[in-house]
Write a protein that binds this ligand. Sequence first.
Ligand code: ARG
Length: 284
Amino acid sequence: MRRSLVRALIRPLAMAATVTAIPLMSAASAGADSVVVGGFPIDVSQAPWTVALASRDRFGGTRAGQFCGAVAVGRTTVVTAAHCLSDDALGSPPNRLRDLKVIAGRTDLLSQQGDEIAVRKIRFNPAYDATTHSGDFAVLELAAPLPQGAVVAMADTGDPAYAPGTQALVSGWGDTTGAGSYPYRLHAARVRVLPDEMCARAFPGGPDGSYRAETMLCAGELAGGPDACQGDSGGPLVARGRLIGLVSWGSGCGRPGLPGVYTRVSEIVRALRPADGAPPSGRS
Ligand code: ARG
């Protein structure tokens, strides 16, 4: 998407007054088999839209401060999960984090590869519901542009990339075992978009959350195996070259019958689009 367009589109998103808690680490997880679990290491050039959300002040320098994933959708626009920037996840309001950055073009968090770019502005989805996890996204404006090659297009409603059965790739620096093994290297896993009925059956409303087809999608393999995991949140799920999901929540990682749940990206597109019939910008 063009930068000017993105800029025009993000205006309607209001800064949320309060953000309540979704724990960054979900409780359930025990003994999952294997990005990402059930995945494989990749080079960032294979998924250059994958950026790390980082704060060394808050999370320490050992992994460059990485604590969530995020996705480049414009040269100065990045999207991530709203819960990544909740007071609970950060231990303080996000505007108190002086060194919130995205790290782009870096495969290995121990290297100096790529760019570290400061986040200039955070806009929470005003419709984000921390209890149901519905609408789990925030739009970040960067202080300097990313390379154009890093940008991935967002899939709008009706895009065939959302069709059940579609192969998709999820990428991130999250737990690779479900037991707290955080890699330095970027990993990815191949998953499949699952039918909404299946997602709803998997998450009818338990302690981990309930599935809402309007704002979420789920992906994985029925038998379990490949999945996103803790630390991947906010990162990309890409199918047919378009962004369809942001890692949002799950129950453990890679467990049979419990697919990963993602923020449905068409909701972000919709939120960024000015309402029909809105007066041209500059007028009220
Ligand atoms: N909430 C987690 C995070 O903050 C993401 C969990 C995704 N879980 C899954 N099984 N797909 O990193």
